[in-house]
Ligand binder design. Structure first.
Ligand code: SF4
Length: 450
């Protein structure tokens, strides 16, 4: 009987998919997976490290698990992911409880590494830092960490953009698309396994296919996925603003299985800041793109990510960002204070913004969006909408909770259902009866047979 594994996945959904592959590979090798650290023999921490705060969270988590190992609860500890690619060589000297380190390009070796540490190699912990070129396909074993009705489909790895603030290309390598056939096969097996909602992810989903030179792109992938029998919802996340084509918007308009949802991380609206960020503002102004999206037939739910306090952001420029958000284009906004990351171009830029000024700007921006969100939610009262039932609300024990097509998992708000019933993982018809700043309240009318 092989050892029992407990895995902690930090960071974004892209990292979660890596964690799912590691668990699948280990499971295939005979390791069992447990849901409680105290029951495990070997713990794996799959880290994020693309900004300083994520790296700090990862180190705190590693130290917490290392304490458990030192206290005898665990036999082995392995650390994986972006933090290792970025700081692994330095950290190895300071955290001797870790038995092995591996970067994101070494995922395929996880079972060999687990075999080796559980045998006890008795020397300095090895660090596996190959070029980050790992690319899974439909045959790569995977144990889902998401609920049975929802899953992520990572359509590409890496990034070939060069945003001046970002460390991802150096940590994850160049953009590598998966083959379309492989993605369609994985979609089929997800749908057969009961997944109702497939969320497409990559560092930039709109770049999909361009590196393959085979003449297909994201739009072709979507068309192929829509041919899969019994597919319910497909949602697009991480769309670079420069890659949102009219053909893509036609697909959003033309098929109810494609969620009326786009996640477009604009980062900013000011032309000079976007130029400094290396985000090609000359090709299309963000205001023009949101107008193009919002004048479509279907009312697309728009999520964006914005950064405040980037070098050169004056009060006047920040006001331009506030004015952009005040237009009410966005249904969901994730805003962050700029974090200067060592090794990036932006970290060397002049005209830095004081940290307390940047934090204040963040609060102002989020307050603007909170009012918009409440107004948009109130407009929904009385509407009947399909909702993916996620079961009992973890904070109430009584009410049910779910998400509409306009709400992505993990990052957006919910529909809280206080009347009616429906099986978990089914899509139910809900009448919206009330609205909060972020969540909607509603009652289940019936289960939809899709
Ligand atoms: S698109 Fe820009 S911000 Fe996003 S991962 Fe690539 S380099 Fe980083």
């Amino acid at each position: 009987m092989k050892e029992r594994i407990y895995l902690i996945s930090l960071g974004c959904a892209k990292n979660l998919v890596d964690s799912e592959h590691m668990l699948g590979i280990l499971n295939q090798r005979g390791y069992s997976v447990v849901s409680d650290l105290e029951e495990a023999d070997l713990a794996i921490v799959n880290t994020c490290g693309f900004i300083q705060s994520a790296a700090e969270e990862a180190i705190e988590t590693i130290l917490r698990v290392a304490e458990k190992k030192a206290a005898g609860y665990l036999k082995n500890l392995v650390v994986a992911g972006c933090l290792v690619q970025r700081y692994g060589l330095k950290l190895r000297k300071h955290i001797p409880e870790v038995d092995a380190w591996l970067g994101p390009g070494e995922i395929a070796k996880i079972a060999d590494i687990a075999d080796s540490v559980t045998r006890g190699q008795g020397q300095e912990a090895p660090i596996h830092l190959g070029r980050p070129l790992f690319l899974a396909d439909h045959r790569t074993p995977r144990l889902y960490g998401t609920p049975f009705y929802s899953g992520y489909l990572k359509i590409a790895e890496g990034c070939s953009h060069r945003c001046s603030f970002c460390t991802i290309p150096s940590l994850r390598g160049p953009y590598r698309s998966r083959k379309i056939d492989s993605l369609v096969m994985e979609t089929e097996s997800m749908v057969e396994g009961g997944v109702k909602e497939i969320n497409l992810i990559a560092q930039d989903t709109t770049m999909y296919g361009r590196d393959l030179g085979e003449g297909y792109g994201l739009e072709d992938l979507l068309e192929e996925m829509l041919r899969v029998k019994h597919i319910s919802w497909i949602r697009l996340l991480y769309c670079h603003p420069q890659g949102v084509t009219d053909r893509l918007l036609d697909l959003l308009d033309g098929d109810n299985a494609v969620c009326p949802y786009l996640d477009v991380p604009f980062q900013h609206v000011n032309r000079e800041i976007l130029r400094r960020m290396g985000r090609e503002p000359a090709r299309q102004d963000p205001r023009q793109l949101v107008e193009r999206i919002k004048t479509r037939t279907r009312n697309v739910s728009l999520r964006t990510t914005l950064m405040v306090g980037f070098p050169g952001e004056t009060q006047e420029i920040f006001q331009e960002l506030c004015d952009f958000v005040s237009q009410g284009y966005f249904d969901h906004v994730g805003a962050f204070v700029y974090s200067p990351e060592k090794g990036t171009m932006a970290a060397r830029m002049k005209d830095k913004v004081e940290a307390d000024v940047a934090r204040e700007r963040l609060d102002i921006l989020m307050r603007i969006q909170a009012d918009i969100s409440l107004k948009k939610n109130r407009e929904m009262i009385g509407n009947v909408i399909p909702v993916l039932n996620e079961g009992v609300h973890p904070e109430t024990d009584l009410l049910l909770r779910g998400r509409s097509q306009r709400m992505a998992p993990d990052v957006d708000s919910h529909v809280i259902m206080n009347a009616g019933e429906g099986p978990i993982g089914d899509i139910v018809q809900v009448r919206v009866t009330d609205a909060h700043e972020y969540d909607l309240i509603g009652e289940i009318l019936q289960v939809l047979l899709l």
